[in-house]
Write a protein that binds this ligand. Structure first.
Ligand code: GLC
Length: 435
């Protein structure tokens, strides 16, 4: 991997767990952020939400506090999504929160709140824009007017759109202090790379924010990594891959087989933007294990919330995040700064590793003693429960002598007996081994 990227992404790879926030006018129709496209709404039809928008409960300090409590270390907010509506005070458009009942720059309050809470700050910016008159419409893959014949012979000036888009990105990277992360979304068909004047864009961004981390979607999307994993990544290939709603089965490696930075972005239910009928929430237990899976494969997890039209994060999400936070409070050491273990995946769960310390994430209770796959009894220096620091009993006994190459531990006093796991979500054992 390129040294510059390694340096830049250091904090990001250590942070491992972040919050994604999808919020905008689409919280009003409350069926996800693609509603304008899905219902093929005109700009005028969609504008009713702009007239209505009144996020009277918006308090990004609360969002930041929740992210913090969940054990997240960075937060990324949609400054503009595909519908083109801006949560920031762009001088290049009137289509912004300042001109709604909110009457102010919501991004500024957000960046301030995150920094105050000690979180890294990221902004999502949609390079797609369904509001701008110079964005391609008829025949586009997803534009709301893609099937509207009235736009068939419409003349647009795409360069004018690019000027607008680059101008807005410049506003974001010059007007909101140091940004830690920029999440562009997304490329498709021939709308990729230099079509966006991506080299120029990245160069401009880096001239103001040399350390900002950029995702890979100026070139790719959830279905396409772009050139980031190839031997010769393009200048706009980004700093990390962004698999969407899927954990890469083997992590993400470049052509040489070296792991590269990646971040899973995932929803807690089945929508990014607020959806008032989607109650298909993943459980805290499942999400904790998926976070561990990402880390064990060298990646991050950015978990999404979709605040409602008043600006509140849905109750279900709050509850889940607090439960994740309770586990993180005790076990974060096995997540932060950790990555792929030198040991192969154990049958009962997963290993994560930081330097010489191995963390065993035990999901399945053993019958009798638990074999620490890949660790010989003589290599084992000590094992403790990460949650409380107490010692874990060794599990070698008369019935393990047939398996002398493997160390065993026991969750109780007599290793021949079977005991329940102290934490059935994920019992973490901190293992120190001799070299
Ligand atoms: C997609 C969608 C979008 C969402 C994003 C998050 O590409 O277009 O709505 O913001 O994924 O990863």
């Amino acid at each position: 991997m390129n040294e510059e990227i390694r340096e830049r992404t250091k904090w990001f790879m250590d942070a491992r767990f972040g919050m994604f926030i999808h919020w905008g006018l689409y919280a009003i129709p409350a069926c996800g952020e693609w509603v304008m496209s899905e219902k093929e709404m005109t700009v005028e039809e969609y504008r009713t939400y702009f007239e209505q928008f009144d996020p009277c409960d918006y308090d990004p300090k609360k969002w930041a506090a929740l992210a913090k409590e969940a054990g997240m270390q960075y937060v990324v907010l949609t400054a503009k999504h595909h519908d083109g509506f801006c949560l920031f005070d762009s001088k290049l458009t009137d289509y912004k929160s300042v001109n709604t009942k909110a009457g102010r720059d919501l991004v500024r309050e957000f960046t301030d709140a995150c920094r105050e809470a000690g979180l890294k700050v990221g902004l999502y910016y949609s390079i797609i824009d369904w509001h701008h008159p110079d964005f391609p419409k008829y025949g586009d893959r997803q534009h709301p007017m893609r099937n509207n014949e009235a736009y068939k012979d419409e003349k647009i000036d795409f360069d004018r759109y690019l000027e607008y888009m680059h101008g807005q990105v410049k506003e974001l990277v010059t007007g909101y202090g140091k940004l830690d992360l920029l999440w562009f979304d997304f490329s498709y068909d021939d709308m990729a790379g230099e079509k966006w004047k991506a080299s120029e864009l990245v160069e401009m961004v880096r001239s103001y924010q040399p350390e900002v981390i950029i995702d890979n979607r100026l070139e790719g999307a959830g279905d396409n990594h772009g050139s980031i994993a190839t031997e010769h990544p393009l200048p706009y290939s980004g700093d990390f891959a962004s698999p969407e709603q899927i954990i890469p089965p083997e992590g993400v490696c470049n052509e040489k087989g070296e792991p590269i930075p990646w971040e899973l972005c995932a929803t807690m239910n089945n929508h990014w933007g607020y959806c008032n009928f989607d109650h298909q929430y993943k459980t805290p237990k499942m999400l904790i294990r998926k976070l561990v899976e990402c880390v064990s494969k060298g990646g991050n997890m950015m978990l999404n919330v979709g605040p409602d039209a008043r600006g509140n994060i849905p109750e279900e999400s709050v509850k889940i995040l607090k439960e994740i936070g309770a586990w993180m409070a005790k076990n974060k050491e096995s997540i932060y700064g950790c990555g792929i273990s030198e040991l192969p995946k154990p049958e009962w769960g997963r290993y994560t590793q930081k330097g010489g310390t191995i963390y065993a994430h035990v999901y399945e209770e053993p019958l009798g003693a638990l074999p620490l796959y890949g660790i010989g009894p003589d290599r084992l220096e000590d094992v403790t429960y990460l949650a409380d620091g107490s010692a874990v009993n060794r599990g070698e006994a008369w019935n393990t002598v047939l398996y002398r190459e493997t160390a065993f531990v026991s969750f109780g006093e007599d290793p021949v007996f079977t005991y329940p796991l102290p934490d059935e979500t994920d019992t973490v054992l901190k293992i120190r081994v001799r070299k």
